[in-house]
Design a binder for this molecule. Structure first.
Ligand code: NAP
Length: 454
């Protein structure tokens, strides 16, 4: 029976749930290469899930099993479009699935966004997660490390779980964070922070906030941190009252926010202010951020934020824009610029005329958009895997299915792939390094460090 060669682009949760679904469901033999531009696997779980959420990162144990199968290879440090083009992939694989996530930040579209001190939450998350693109010496590290020591007030724009994550990391003491895998140079920078007030700014009301209740509740459990909520901002219009009756999350969020609003202020070292019905009009400052002009909103009948003629000024040295992610186009692959996704139906990539492109599939956030939690990718993965398995027998065979031919091509291109054994060696060293300071691991952060260890 023919072995189908499959390339999966990305090694994060969308990719690995997909590979697991293919392994579980495929009736014909398959041989899968998981290709990622980063030198380490696990994508968002390693570089997006907050470092103090070790319970969510535990999914890595399940993902590891995927790579222990002899018909699955990891090709880390291989960039699609640079080291391996779409034409190469089509020559060496019968099918490809794009599962490269949604890694780009969305913009606010207000003046002053380019000022120093206006940073996307995406960059901030990469920084404290030890992402190679934000490692010591990179532009992202320098921009953030330069600003942290002068911090007194921070404005986080957006009311999703990423906004809550960056707020929690800024609010926690370095002593608490030291138990996580946050790199030492990030802890050094954070230890200089004088942050007193963190304002989380939502353009709509508390009933429309996107964060989930467990994450919200956690903000109220940080030692030596007050959470401040103005009870007046929790007063809902009739339509919002009706809407929370059918949303368990919104109802629970309102309960938690209500409890926060009754808490007396203490002399805690830091305060988190959860603010509603405010949109940024302008980020202001000479060269770097010194404040933000905000406009008050009300809701229309469809729960959209509608500005009213009331503005307010917030002094702040850092604006963290946390207004969602979007997908990045891959070289030569169809892409819907407006939605930031690869257009598809049941995981089959569609051309401009809505016809399925033979042998091309998409899964995870690049397929559905940047919504849901890590586990949401599992359902998506099963749907895409089912389409792939149904199509595989009828797909044209690629010209050169030998795995060794891909390795030779990558060598010719000057790429330096990190395979699964290479990663296991790195993983072992990271855990060893962590043990020296009582931590679960200390991540390697720059590419040279990775390459010298394989
Ligand atoms: P998100 O949940 O979509 O939240 C984005 C926030 O930005 C919303 O409050 C949105 O308000 C606001 N926003 C968008 N455009 C804006 C603008 N121009 N001005 C002001 N505010 C604006 O996105 P996210 O926080 O980046 O999270 C992405 C996904 O990852 C979510 O599904 C999230 O649950 C998930 N995640 C989960 C965890 C976890 O489980 N612990 C952790 C992190 C992320 P509107 O509602 O008004 O549009």
């Amino acid at each position: 029976m023919k072995t189908h060669r499959i390339a999966v682009i990305g090694a994060g949760p969308s990719a690995l749930f997909l590979v697991a679904a293919l392994l579980e469901r495929a009736t014909d033999p398959v041989s899968i290469d998981v290709i990622d531009r980063l030198p380490a696997p696990y994508g968002l779980v390693r570089y997006g899930v907050a470092p103090d959420h070790a319970n969510i990162k535990a999914i890595i144990t399940t993902f590891q099993k995927v790579f222990e199968r002899e018909n699955v290879r990891f090709l880390g440090n291989v960039e699609f479009g640079r080291d391996l083009t779409l034409a190469d992939v089509q020559r060496h694989y019968d099918a490809v699935c794009y599962a490269n996530g949604a890694s780009k930040d969305r913009h606010l579209g207000v003046p002053g966004e380019e000022l120093e001190g206006s940073i996307s939450a995406t960059e901030f998350v990469m920084w404290y997660s030890g992402h190679p693109d934000a490692a010591l010496g990179t532009d992202i590290h320098q921009r953030i490390a330069a600003i942290v020591p002068s911090l007194r007030t921070v404005a986080v724009v957006g009311a999703g779980n990423v906004a809550v994550d960056v707020t929690r990391i800024l609010a926690k003491s370095v002593a608490e964070l030291r138990t996580t895998d946050i790199p030492e140079y990030v802890l050094d920078a954070l230890s200089q922070s004088q942050v007193r007030d963190i304002h989380v700014i939502a353009r709509r009301g508390p009933a429309q906030a996107k964060f989930t209740t467990a994450e919200l509740r956690e903000l109220g459990e940080i030692p030596n941190v007050d959470v401040v909520v103005d009870a007046n901002e929790l007063v809902l219009d009739d339509a919002s009252v009706a809407s929370i009756a059918s949303s368990a999350i919104a109802k629970r969020n309102m309960d938690v926010l209500g409890e926060f609003s009754t808490r007396p202020r203490t002399d805690a070292a830091r305060r988190i202010h959860l603010r509603f019905f405010l949109s940024p009009l302008e980020i202001v400052g000479e060269g770097h951020v010194s404040g933000m002009r905000l406009q008050k909103n009300v809701l229309d009948e469809a729960f959209n934020a509608v500005p009213i003629d009331v503005t307010t000024h917030l002094e702040t040295e850092l604006v963290l824009r946390s207004v969602g992610y979007r997908g990045v186009a891959l070289d030569g692959v169809v892409f819907d610029e407006r939605r930031g996704v690869i257009p598809s139906e049941l995981g089959r990539v569609l051309d401009a005329n809505g016809r399925a492109l033979s042998g091309q599939y998409a899964g995870g956030c690049i397929n559905r958009g940047p919504t849901g939690v890590i586990g949401t990718n599992k359902g998506d993965a099963v749907e895409t895997a089912k389409s792939m398995i149904a199509d595989l027998p009828a797909l044209a065979s690629c010209a050169n299915p030998e795995p060794a031919a891909v390795d030779a091509l990558l060598r010719d291109r000057g790429a330096r792939p990190i395979d699964w054994q290479g990663w296991l060696e790195i993983d072992r060293r990271e855990i060893e390094e962590g043990a020296k300071s009582g931590r679960a691991r200390v991540k390697l952060t720059n590419l040279e460090q990775y390459l010298e260890r394989v």
